[in-house]
Design a protein around this ligand. Structure first.
Ligand code: NAD
Ligand code: UGA
Length: 486
């Protein structure tokens, strides 16, 4: 790999001077984001590095069959760029030393032990990256926080980096915050046509260097420049506001069921008010995904740190309602099946946290299936994109295993098995639960499918996918989230 050329003396045309980008972390953010940058900026070499050799091997899969992340349009971009100006490797040291700009896109999960456990972000991966950058980088390097981090993390990075620059050294760092707003399932579209690109920092020159890269395909009017703390905080707040809308509508779904109202009608009525808007108003089994819960917990932790108890309580309620929604759905299933799931077969349609992705992190399906396993159910699980090994990891118990103590010390009475087809999932089941809004679950022939189920059979539609008028002639009991008429 060629050593980088410093751009310190090439201020006139930054666009031409940025030759080499390194991204640390080849995950859901690092992989697609760098693929789009490489695709739009052909003259820049983009190295995506990771400590996980298996993940890198998957990104380098010659047939593009094992690409670790499922996103529409991603493979076409990889076909145009991989091995040309986009490279995936574990050569972290070389990639850092060759880079003009380094994006940190590593995971920032919630701490599971120690101070702030269960709330604060675990920044050990960020800190490790900062130390690696401090050790291997050369000349002036722009370090970009792409990961979602608590406010003032840039200060930690800056302190570590600056402590590696002895006087008279040519090594210098500029730290920027450039949070990512992509949503899984629409990542490529979100990256190619972002609502905004947010860049926070105090070094105007570096902000402009990074802006130039985005300006290759993003209109200048969509690039927002702020101070670094506003940028870090805005990312947490954007997720908190989105999650808050989901908890709001889910809380009202319970009220609709109690009163005979229909959440879809309420959604339409309130969403037509332009001030409210119609996005993010779909009731469901609760929000999942790797970030909403972790980012709100982090926000709550920050507020408590600054003695803002009322503010912390307000945001904590968003998580409480989300847990309530998952719990009330499993309770309802158990109650409708006469309070007893022992040896009853339940078909689960969908395990991903939403459609369009193979990601299962924090999927509401995890808690709901665990609750049903606890009650002794035999569960068939179908998902068009999720691998059985990922379901196994999330449930912490292998397929077919009975009564084993899993990692959480939970002794399930039930068992689960992955089914390849919808038909196999539903056959001989007492109940079916729709947990992910995959298109293939929308227009199923319940007249035919219900004939294969054990009577009295139940359909629990936690995503409001089914047109309930179509079930009028079908011999099946049904419940739909927020539908007070079912
Ligand atoms: P991820 O777990 O999919 O990927 C992170 C990768 O970083 C892993 O492959 C891991 O092996 C690697 N890694 C960790 N430490 C490393 C090190 N020192 N050197 C090299 N590689 C290292 O995570 P993600 O979903 O891509 O999220 C990354 C960050 O982006 C998080 O802060 C998240 O909150 C934020 N974010 C995620 C999304 C999303 O949709 N997933 C969207 C916006 C922002
Ligand atoms: C979310 C944000 O939308 C992104 O902007 C952000 O970058 C990302 O988190 C992140 O920081 O990780 P993502 O988690 O991929 O993206 O997916 P969303 O589309 O936001 O959905 C999150 C959850 O909310 C899913 O479980 C989804 O089913 C649920 N949801 C969403 C609803 O229940 N109802 C809705 O109306 C919308």
């Amino acid at each position: 790999m060629n050593k980088k050329k410093s751009f310190i003396n090439q201020k006139k045309n930054y666009k031409g001077s940025i030759k080499n980008i390194c991204c640390i972390g080849a995950g859901y953010v690092g992989g697609p984001t760098m693929a789009v940058i490489a695709d739009k900026c052909n003259s820049i070499i983009v190295n995506v590095v990771d400590i996980d050799q298996n993940r890198i091997n998957a990104w380098n899969d010659p047939d593009f069959q094992k690409i670790p992340i499922y996103e529409t349009g991603l493979v076409s971009i990889l076909k145009r760029t991989r091995g040309i100006n986009l490279h995936f490797s574990t050569n972290i040291e070389e990639a850092i030393s060759a880079a003009d700009i380094i994006f940190i896109s590593v995971n920032t999960p919630t701490k599971i032990k120690g101070l702030g456990a269960g709330k604060a972000s675990n920044l050990s991966w960020i800190e490790k990256c900062a130390r690696q950058i401090a050790k291997f980088s050369q000349n002036k390097t722009i370090v970009v926080e792409k990961s979602t981090v608590p406010v003032q993390t840039a200060e930690v990075i800056k302190t570590i980096l600056n402590s590696s620059c002895p006087p008279n050294s040519s090594k210098r760092f500029s730290i920027l915050s450039n949070p990512e707003f992509l949503a899984e399932g629409s990542a490529i579209n979100d990256l190619e046509k972002p609502d905004r690109v947010l860049i926070g920092g105090d070094d105007q020159e570096s902000i402009e260097v990074l802006s130039e890269i985005y300006k290759t395909w993003v209109p200048e009017s969509k690039i927002i420049r702020t101070n670094i703390w506003s940028s870090e905080l805005s990312k947490l707040i954007a997720n908190a506001f989105l999650a808050q809308r989901i908890s709001s509508i889910n809380s009202i779904s319970a009220l609709c069921e109690a009163t005979g109202a229909n959440i879809k009608e309420v959604e339409k009525a309130i969403g037509s008010d332009r001030r409210i808007g119609n996005k993010f108003l779909k009731a469901g089994p609760g929000f999942g995904g790797s970030c909403f819960q972790k980012d709100i917990l982090n926000l709550v932790y920050l507020c408590r740190h600054f003695d803002l108890e009322e503010v912390a309580d307000y945001w904590e309620a968003v998580i409480r309602v989300n847990n309530y929604q998952k719990n009330r759905i499993s309770k309802l299933i158990i109650q409708k099946l006469f309070g007893n799931l022992n040896n009853k077969k339940i078909g689960i349609l969908g395990f991903a946290f939403k459609n369009g992705t193979n990601d299962t992190r924090e999927s509401p399906a995890i808690q709901i299936v665990k609750d049903l396993l606890n009650e002794g159910a035999q569960i068939n699980i179908h998902d068009p994109k999720v691998k059985p090994s990922d379901i196994e990891k999330e449930l912490e118990v292998e397929q077919y295993k009975i009564n084993i103590i899993n990692k959480s010390n939970q002794n399930y009475d039930g068992t689960w098995v992955y089914k390849k087809t919808i038909k196999e999932t539903i056959e001989t089941a007492h109940a079916v639960v729709i947990l992910t809004e995959w298109d293939e679950y929308t227009n199923l022939d319940w007249g035919e499918l219900s004939k294969k189920m054990v009577k009295p059979s139940w359909l629990f539609d936690a995503r409001s996918l089914i047109n309930f008028d179509s079930l009028k002639e079908v011999e099946i009991f049904s419940w739909q989230v927020g539908n007070g008429q079912t």
